[in-house]
Design a protein. Structure first.
Length: 64
C-alpha cells in the first residue's frame, strides 16, 4: 500500500477536506458463513478480530 499516515499526510488531507484518501480496505463479496461476526469496526471490534486471529488462529472473521 502506498498510502502513508504520517502527520504530514494527515495535515495535507485535512486541508483538502479528507476527500483524497485512497481506499484502505478491500470490498469482497460476503462469504456464506463466518466463524465470528463482529458488529462495529471501532477500536474494540478491530482489536477483537486481531487477537482472535493472533492468539486463537481464528481467521474467518467478518467485521461489519
Ligand atoms: C470526542 C471523543 C474524544 C475521545 N478521546 C479519547 C482519547 O483521547 N483517548 C482515548 O483513549 N479515548 C478517547 N475517546 C474514547 C474512545 O474513542 C472510545 O473509548 C473508543 O472509541 C471506544 O471504542 P469502541 O470500539 O468500543 O467503540 P467505537 O469506536 O464507537 O466503535 C463502534 C463502531 O461500531 C459501529 N456500529 C455501531 N452500531 C453498529 C451496527 N448496528 N452495525 C455496524 N456497525 C455499528 C460504529 O459506527 C463504530 O464504528 C474519545 C471519545 C470521544 C467521543
Amino acid at each position: 500500500m502506498s498510502q502513508r499516515y504520517s502527520i504530514w499526510s494527515l495535515l495535507k488531507h485535512a486541508m483538502g477536506g479528507h476527500k483524497g484518501w485512497e481506499r484502505a480496505w478491500r470490498d469482497p463479496e460476503p462469504k456464506k458463513s463466518y466463524d465470528v461476526v463482529i458488529i462495529g469496526g471501532g477500536g474494540h471490534g478491530l482489536a477483537t478480530a486481531y487477537y482472535l486471529a493472533k492468539n486463537h488462529g481464528i481467521r474467518n472473521i467478518a467485521i461489519l
